[in-house]
Design a binder for this molecule. Sequence first.
Ligand SMILES: Nc1ncnc2c1ncn2[C@@H]1O[C@H](COP(=O)(O)OP(=O)(O)OP(=O)(O)O)[C@@H](O)[C@H]1O
Ligand SMILES: [Mg+2]
Length: 257
Amino acid sequence: MTTDTPTTPAVRVRDLRRVFGDRAVLDDLELDIARGEFVALLGASGSGKTTLLRILGALDGADGGEVLVPEARTIVFQEPRLVPSKKVLANVTVALPRSRSAHGLRALAEVGLERHADAWPATLSGGEAQRVALARALVREPELLLLDEPFAALDALTRLKMQDLVGELCRIHRPAVLLVTHDVDEAVRLADRVAVLRDGRLITDETVTVDRPRDPGNPAFAALRRRLLGDLGVAAPPQPVPAPVEPTPGRTEVGVI
Ligand SMILES: Nc1ncnc2c1ncn2[C@@H]1O[C@H](COP(=O)(O)OP(=O)(O)OP(=O)(O)O)[C@@H](O)[C@H]1O
Ligand SMILES: [Mg+2]
């Protein structure tokens, strides 16, 4: 029997196996996520990332192994999946116990959309709709937040803003997080740990030690990016050598994300 103590991980996966046809997409996969820990999962297309996420979210079953996840868990997908016939606030509180429905407005405020509470989903931009999906996930106070490429459909600037928002909200609410992404920089910017899924298991599972706020220009950031791209079978592009800049007297240049 497992006793649930503060040191028990939020997620514990052992020997996980998922087979489609004659292919074991997940093959003896092992993963722990501590409470409040943010793990980013990278892997080539078709490597099994969504399959793993769906199993952790109980949307799919396993063919073998052990999966322990908290009861309170929510998933945000690449598309916001809002109900078009419900207004924004009703989308956030959909299927929420009545005792918690008052929290919907607060969740919308956290993602900066309280003024859109009475709007229809069709009137929202892609980034706004995804923020509603995030509010809908967070209002349930999940102990495990599963994010499947939640920023992939957004333009580059909106994506950076969403990354900051998710990072900040996760620091406030402290769910355990599994973020699936194809974006190595996004993974290194946000995560406490990064993992790479290949051939059914995690071939990399590494704590990110780069100082926050994480600057892609930081040599430790660049070195980790190179290693991860190598694990993904992609050669890292050569880093441009910056031209020397004369410092402005009285000012200090700092890294900006
Ligand atoms: N229900 C299913 N039936 C049969 N094959 C499936 C099923 N679900 C997934 N697969 C196969 O399992 C493999 C892994 O799929 P999965 O969606 O997990 O990949 P992924 O890593 O999320 O890829 P992407 O980065 O493109 O989203 C793929 O080859 C896919 O075709
Ligand atoms: Mg996927």
